[in-house]
Design a protein around this ligand. Structure first.
Ligand SMILES: Nc1ncnc2c1ncn2[C@@H]1O[C@H](COP(=O)(O)OP(=O)(O)O)[C@@H](O)[C@H]1O
Ligand SMILES: [Mg+2]
Length: 372
């Protein structure tokens, strides 16, 4: 690969309508040069449509796509020179691995000698040099997907677009290819835009995650920021698991408040700079299951709740418990298995605790179709 730097991508007010249906609704996004951006959202949230608009296969109803500040919206796909990996493998079954990878170069009219060197370099990049003469059906799913990656990289694109490239693979292979994709991104320093509905993939790969729902961008940020400070119930629920506790603010201080929820009084400390909500207002809290701890006899925490195990499961690394509480309804907790001081059993009584800064206020989602 040459030393050419990746491009910066900007999406401005992108909207795509099909008749009366809005698939993408006024989405604006900036992807810095060399960044790994992931579009994350449930099926039908508009991810592929955005990627296709960036690639030039979908004509926006409104809005623009900018590359290094230049409006490329009118350019056809072949003039954009982006590498693409589509969902599924989409290799030519009758062509060898080398022929598949060399195909984009042949289309561009490059000579055999030029092609061979570039194909070798691209196969080297995905560690498939030894498989050049095989047919796709003689490869595993993960290897086929690496061939598709090599084909997308062979003409040295400065922007790589990936549409759920790993979703057809089993869990273990997916994790391996995630590592490879991450290493590849670091090695070649190009701008990557990846689409997935897999939250773990988004968290582990991305510099920035853009979360979509019903064609709208709901939140953009780094993985930690999004996981730790989701802005809405949808984000908290989609990116990881969460308990939701609703209550009324009873007392505000400079950096926190007391919340009356179902007869319990909870202490909340705000970690991000924010004004505590006024007394009397209704607040929804998101509390991650792994932030709850089992309290030993006599042990205390900022917040404590007593309950009975209603259901539990063993996850290997942890126990997942559903605890029925008197004041807060069902609470989900994940405890590290190796140091759990109990053997979970249905009906077992226990006390759980969490720190005042473990729960974060989130907004209730606007109903779909609400344009405010
Ligand atoms: N060509 C089309 N005609 C009509 N509706 C479409 C078309 N393409 C996509 N859609 C609709 O737009 C929405 C978003 O689709 P898509 O971008 O493929 O979502 P995702 O990739 O997030 O699953 C879906 O409801 C889909 O049915
Ligand atoms: Mg899609």
């Amino acid at each position: 690969m040459s030393g050419a730097a990746g491009h910066a991508l900007a999406i401005r007010g992108l909207t795509k309508r099909y008749g009366a249906f809005t698939a993408v609704d006024d989405v604006s996004l900036d992807v810095a040069q060399g960044q790994f951006l992931t579009l994350l959202g449930p099926s039908g949230s508009g991810k592929t449509t955005i990627l296709m608009a960036v690639a030039g296969f979908v004509e926006p109803t409104a809005g623009a796509v900018l590359l290094d500040g230049r409006d490329i919206t009118p350019l056809p796909p072949e003039r954009r020179e982006f590498g693409m990996v589509f969902q599924g493998y989409a290799l030519f079954p009758h062509m060898s691995v080398a022929e598949n990878v060399g195909f984009p170069l042949r289309v561009r009219g490059q000579s055999r000698a030029d092609r061979d060197a570039k194909v070798r370099a691209a196969l080297d990049l995905v560690q498939l040099e030894k498989f050049a003469d095989r047919l796709p059906r003689q490869l595993s799913g993960g290897q086929q997907q690496r061939v598709a990656l090599a084909r997308a990289l062979v003409f040295d694109p400065t922007l790589l677009l990936l549409d759920e490239p790993l979703s057809a693979l089993d869990k273990k292979l997916r994790a391996e290819l995630q590592e490879e994709l991450k290493a590849l991104h670091r090695r070649i320093g190009r701008t990557f835009v990846n689409v997935t509905h897999d939250q773990e993939e988004a968290l582990s790969l991305s510099d920035t995650i853009a979360i979509l729902n019903h064609g709208k961008l709901v939140q953009v940020g780094g993985p930690t920021a999004l996981y730790e400070r989701p802005r809405t119930r949808f984000v908290a629920d989609f990116l990881g698991k969460s308990n939701f506790l609703e209550g009324t603010v009873r007392e505000s201080t400079l950096d926190g408040f007391a919340l009356e929820a179902g007869g319990a009084r909870l202490q909340v400390k705000l970690t991000a700079p924010a004004f505590p909500p006024p007394g009397g207002s209704v607040v929804l809290l998101s509390l991650r299951p792994e932030k709850l701890a089992l309290l030993a006899e006599g042990e205390t925490a900022d917040n404590m709740v007593e309950g009975t195990i209603r259901a539990w499961s063993y996850l290997g690394a942890g126990f997942s418990l559903v605890v029925a509480t008197e004041h807060l309804g069902e609470i989900r907790a994940v405890l590290p298995a190796w140091k759990a001081a109990i053997a979970p059993a249905e009906g077992l009584r226990l006390r759980l605790g969490w720190a005042a800064d473990a729960a974060v206020p989130v907004e209730e989602d606007a109903p779909p179709g609400d344009t405010t």
